[in-house]
Design a protein around this ligand. Structure first.
Ligand code: NDP
Ligand SMILES: O=C(O)C1=N[C@H](C(=O)O)C[C@H](O)C1
Length: 268
């Protein structure tokens, strides 16, 4: 499968280049960065620390998408919606790991998925997607007597909050409870907030150091507490998940898919 990495010089971009180079059946055919990036003109393999791959980083996605089967995209919301339109034009697979997407961005991705095969997830790891299935189940069984709080910690450079994973886990909890996350989520508390409303789903965000990604979903009941947690120890995990998603999407029809589809977890 011929793959392009966009946001090639980013923390995830470099991991993705390495993962593509290390995966049998995949070839890197393009690496894209934004205009003005110091990475432009460099060999993508040297950028990622794999040794030369003969692919030069450019800022012009159009000709690169035209010769690709798929694009791996861990960038930023404005870039991702623009890349989705190009992936739709080229009728290719678009794997999206970018987080911090707003409702309007999701609407653009849904539109692009009429022609592209979009696989989007706030977390590309098997562990987190299994955790989401477990959270859905626990929320359905435990009911509103148990307060749900979602705690996450990431490195100091992360720009969006709550994390995409925290929101994915919140959606799973809301689905389990058959409520709308939008209506029940509490994303911050400060000052005299009053007592907790039964049925709320709370989020707490920590940022610092080099933490790759840690998430806990806490079910706090009367006299007992259940905690389901995941700790990512290496970003390579997400990159391998993204490549797996691209390979899965190769022979699928245009549409909007998630990692639960890729991993077969939607049936749990
Ligand atoms: N779903 C998952 O499993 C995971 C998701 N993520 C998400 O992936 C995203 C990226 O994370 P991370 O790698 O740490 O962030 P970085 O900031 O290190 O990387 C993002 C890269 O994208 C580049 N970029 C931004 N806009 C464009 C554009 N228009 N064209 C080309 N390149 C562009 C940035 O360039 P510049 O620096 O010049 O802006 C940067 O090099 C975040 O949203 C993060 O939350 C991260 C890990 C796992
Ligand atoms: O920005 C990151 O680093 C990560 N982002 C994703 C998220 O927002 O959940 C996934 C992972 O936890 C790392």
């Amino acid at each position: 499968m011929r793959l392009v990495v966009v946001g090639a010089a980013g923390r995830m971009g470099r991991m993705l280049i390495k993962a593509v180079a290390e995966t049998e059946g995949c070839t890197l055919v393009g690496a894209i960065e934004r205009k003005g990036s110091p990475a432009l003109g460099q060999d993508a393999g040297l950028l990622a620390g794999t040794g030369p791959l003969g692919v030069t980083v450019t800022d012009d996605p159009l000709p690169v998408f035209a010769r690709a089967d798929g694009v791996l995209d861990f960038t930023a919301p404005a870039a991702t919606t623009a890349f989705a339109a190009l992936a739709a034009q080229a009728r290719i697979v678009h794997v999206i790991g970018t987080t911090g997407l707003a409702e309007a961005d999701f609407a653009k991705l849904e539109a692009a998925a009429r022609h592209a095969r979009i696989i989007q997830s706030g977390n590309m790891s098997l562990g987190v997607n299994l955790l989401a299935a477990l959270v859905r189940k626990a929320a359905a069984i435990l009911g509103e007597d148990f307060d749900i709080e979602i705690l996450e910690m990431h490195h100091r450079m992360k720009v969006d909050a709550p994390s995409g994973t925290a929101l994915l886990l919140g959606e799973a909890a809301a689905e389990g409870r058959k409520v709308s996350l939008k209506e029940r989520s509490v994303r911050s508390r400060d000052g005299h907030t009053g007592a907790r409303n039964p049925g709320d789903i709370g989020f707490a965000t920590l940022r610092g150091g080099t933490v790759v990604g840690e998430h806990s979903v806490i079910f706090a009941g009367a006299g007992e507490r259940l905690e389901l947690s995941h700790r990512a120890e290496d970003r390579a995990l997400f990159a391998r998940g993204a490549v797996k998603a691209a390979l899965w999407g190769f022979d699928k029809k245009p549409g909007y898919y998630t990692m639960a589809d890729v991993l077969g977890l939607d049936r749990l």
